[in-house]
Design a protein around this ligand. Structure first.
Ligand SMILES: [Zn+2]
Length: 288
């Protein structure tokens, strides 16, 4: 069985992506989750780390059970990239089915409050081990404040969570997101010189370094376009969106406005842009 998506990518429910990495699809495909959230069994032994848990939909549990059976292993513990519901939402149902498990994440009250478990707090540099796998946490805020990527030391690969995706680009949400932080996080990941990247959505990325560079270039190009538009006298986000995203369907313009807003906040943070008006989306913006 495969998950179909609106963007036409389908992935098998369970797949072996390396000697140490098995992916089990979260069964939550959608516009923002692509083929769904990738959850990973990490390690080589009969007790492996479960990295992320999907959104808690019941269809995921038999898929996870099938992956465990196929690999002849059980879950040692749960580790999370961040607190968004399509990563953290499945923790409770996984524990209902497989018994109580340690859950590690960088705590963040805004995201964690709704969930009925106390995570073990971890942060940048934390190391979590299973047989055949050493995960090292790298704090990478931008998409979410509590976001951790994990270097798989044995491979030099990275579990990138929502920071680098196998399909499309990362959303920088107005709440909890920061493009300024995100760009720093991408540079930080590039410094790790990853081989492969295992994203939280979409297929395995064979050349991690190239993909991160592509992401950085994409954002820099977007920023240049916005600065050009403002230089041409456009001072409101809807006008800027209309100019830059002219080739895209109008249905994407609301998301594009969010993206332009996050760029303007970054420029403001760098004191390269100023606004009059409190609301990011409706303010008048000008170059500083
Ligand atoms: Zn997320």
């Amino acid at each position: 069985m495969t998950a179909e998506t609106m963007i036409g990518i389908s992935l098998p429910d369970v797949d072996v992506w390396s000697e140490r990495v098995v992916v089990a699809l979260g069964q939550n495909p959608g516009l923002f989750t692509g083929p769904g959230t990738n959850t990973y069994l990490v390690g080589t032994g009969n007790r492996r780390i479960l990295l992320d848990t999907g959104d808690g939909c019941p269809e995921y549990l038999p898929v996870l059970a099938g992956a465990l059976e196929r690999m002849g292993c059980e879950i040692q513990e749960i580790v999370l990239t961040h607190g968004h519901p399509d990563h953290q939402g499945g923790v409770a149902s996984v524990m209902e089915r497989f018994g109580p498990l340690r859950v590690s994440k960088l705590p963040w009250d805004d995201y964690d409050a709704p969930y009925p478990f106390e995570p073990v707090p971890i942060s940048d540099g934390a190391v979590i081990r299973a047989e055949g796998a050493t995960l090292r946490a790298v704090h990478t805020p931008g998409h979410a404040e509590d976001h951790l990527c994990y270097v798989l030391e044995e491979e030099g690969s990275i579990f990138s969570g929502d920071n680098v995706l196998g399909v499309g680009t990362t959303v920088i949400p107005a709440q909890g997101g920061s493009l300024l932080d995100y760009m720093k996080s991408l540079e930080r990941l590039l410094d790790e010189a990853p081989t492969a990247i295992y994203p939280a959505h979409g297929p395995r990325i064979a050349d991690g370094k190239a993909k991160i560079r592509e992401y950085i270039d994409h954002r820099n190009r977007r920023e240049e376009q916005i600065i050009e538009a403002m230089g041409a006298g456009l001072d409101r986000i809807p006008e800027i969106v209309k100019r830059i995203y002219a080739a895209y369907p109008e249905s994407l313009h609301a998301a594009a406005a969010q993206s332009v807003g996050s760029h303007l906040l970054k420029l403001e943070g760098e004191q390269r842009a100023r606004r009059s008006g409190d609301e990011v989306l409706t303010a008048r913006w000008r170059l500083a």
